[in-house]
Design a protein around this ligand. Structure first.
Ligand code: AMP
Length: 461
């Protein structure tokens, strides 16, 4: 199938050709005709499948077929909500690319930067607004945004909206849309809350399913190194210096960890930059630009900051830390092997991450291929869970230490036995402590797990 058979207008076909796309991806084939016909769509699609063009191309066509008449005020006719700033910027860039020489203007709105340039863009008039929910809601409350004339509403990465706590903002924003509008909802996974949201927002939708999240892209070569936590930095520096690494996106579980990896790589003479939520938006964009332009070949990121980032021709994804949620593994490695290209995904697993590894392998329904290195896993005892830090002393406005507050006394429930304490206060009698559940010895599973992999590797060789 070619783009010509999708009933797209000549200018759009030319723009698609200029983007280097030869044929539509499965999600584009399924979604473009539905959006053109005005249907609501529930899209279950993995990142990197060409989802943005699947909704952007038909939307641009509908908007330019019914352009604003001269003298009419420029109102927002399409709204796209997306969870992260990088993704918002990326979708905006795609709209500009696909909408070349079409009478459609776009604006992008996200937090972390000053609002004035965004307000100015809205005043100039934008047919399409691509926004993160928090800043959009803020601007709506300041009276800068009205959604009364929105014809198409797109909710992108709905599952991440949920994870990132944006779902209330999304619902509040959706309530301000006019009664009649088309809605397109995309999500990589469909947890019950997203299904509920879809039922509330969509009207008789057509469902489009492409590559569920548990099926990782075929073109990605996935492997695993068992390595002690302290040696991950050495293994990373070693792998990054291999000739097949053109560029690499390294995932860290925490923001602090991402900065630490950058420092360690610097010591090893490798230039890298980090993006995470503690960096200003400008610093994040600058790091991303350096990476995309090839000036810096290693980008270290946390899951949230890297969500949906599209890097053309990314050769390697490295999971420096195993993800806490198995679905994040699929999102992470989906940055490489995009649009039919090959890619490599490497995961590091220390003894504390055996459980997460098991969850990932269960989700993707296969065991990751084990590779050996000069830094084999030697520590087989999981580390102790961190003790909670003592709370800092409470101080008053003058900086004087204050007495600790007494824990609030709970009132007895109806029917609960009452005792009178030494202080004469009434207390609910404590319930007998529940019996501790029988537990397996903490070491048994990880060691079995590591042994299983070692034995398998031994059998193969
Ligand atoms: P997306 O899933 O929208 O983030 O797109 C992932 C990548 O696929 C982007 O780099 C797009 O430029 C690229 N892409 C989108 N559609 C096509 C297509 N039909 N053929 C080749 N590449 C595409």
């Amino acid at each position: 199938m070619t783009f010509d058979s999708l009933n797209l207008m000549p200018q759009l076909l030319e723009n698609v050709k200029r983007s280097g796309y030869e044929e539509p991806t499965p999600i584009q084939r399924a979604t473009i005709p539905l959006v053109l016909s005005g249907r609501d769509v529930l899209g279950c699609a993995q990142t990197g499948t060409g989802k943005t063009a699947a909704f952007a191309l038909p939307m641009l066509q509908c908007l330019s077929r019914r352009p604003r008449r001269a003298g009419e005020p420029r109102v927002i006719r399409a709204l796209i909500l997306t969870p992260t700033r990088e993704l918002a910027q990326q979708i905006y860039d795609n709209f500009v690319l696909y909408g070349r020489r079409l009478p459609v203007t776009c604006a992008v709105i996200y937090g972390g930067v000053g609002q004035q340039s965004q307000v100015d863009a809205l005043h100039r008039g934008a047919d399409v607004v691509i926004a993160c929910p928090g800043r959009l809601w803020d601007l709506m409350n300041q009276g800068y945004v009205r959604l009364d004339f929105v014809e198409t509403f797109v909710l992108d990465e709905a599952d991440r909206m949920l994870d990132m706590g944006f779902i209330h903002d999304v619902r509040r924003i959706a309530q301000r849309l006019p009664d009649r509008h088309q809605t397109l909802l995309f999500s990589a996974t469909m947890p019950p809350e997203v299904e509920k949201l879809a039922m509330d927002l969509l009207c008789d939708p057509e469902t489009v399913k492409v590559d569920p999240v548990s099926s990782t892209v075929q073109a990605i070569d996935q492997c695993l190194y068992y390595v002690d936590k302290a040696n991950k930095k050495h293994l990373l520096a070693h792998l990054l210096s291999q000739s097949d690494v053109e560029n690499a996106l390294v995932f860290s579980r925490t923001k602090h960890g991402a900065d630490k990896i950058v420092r360690e790589l610097k010591k090893a003479g490798i230039d890298s930059c980090a993006i995470h939520g503690d960096k200003s938006q400008n610093a994040r964009q600058a790091a991303l630009n350096r990476f995309k332009s090839g000036e810096c070949k290693v980008l270290v990121a946390t899951d949230i900051a890297a969500r949906g980032i599209d890097i053309a021709g990314l050769s390697h994804v490295i999971n420096y830390d195993m993800p806490m949620e198995p679905e994040a593994y699929v999102h992470r490695i989906g940055r490489t092997g995009r649009a039919g290209r090959e890619g490599k995904a490497i995961s590091f697993c220390c003894i504390d991450e055996i459980k997460q590894l098991g969850q990932v392998e269960k989700l993707i329904k296969k065991n990751l291929r084990e590779e050996k290195s000069d830094w084999p896993m030697e520590v087989l005892t999981p580390s102790e869970p961190k003790k909670p830090q003592p709370r800092p002393a409470r101080v008053d406005r003058q900086g004087n230490a204050q007495a600790e507050r007494r824990p609030r006394q709970s009132l007895p429930l109806a029917g609960q036995p009452i005792t009178i304490g030494r202080d004469g206060r009434m207390k609910a009698s404590p319930k007998p402590a529940p019996k501790p559940a029988a537990k397996a010895t903490p070491l048994a599973r990880p060691v079995q797990r590591v042994n299983r992999h070692r034995n398998q590797a031994g059998k193969k060789s």
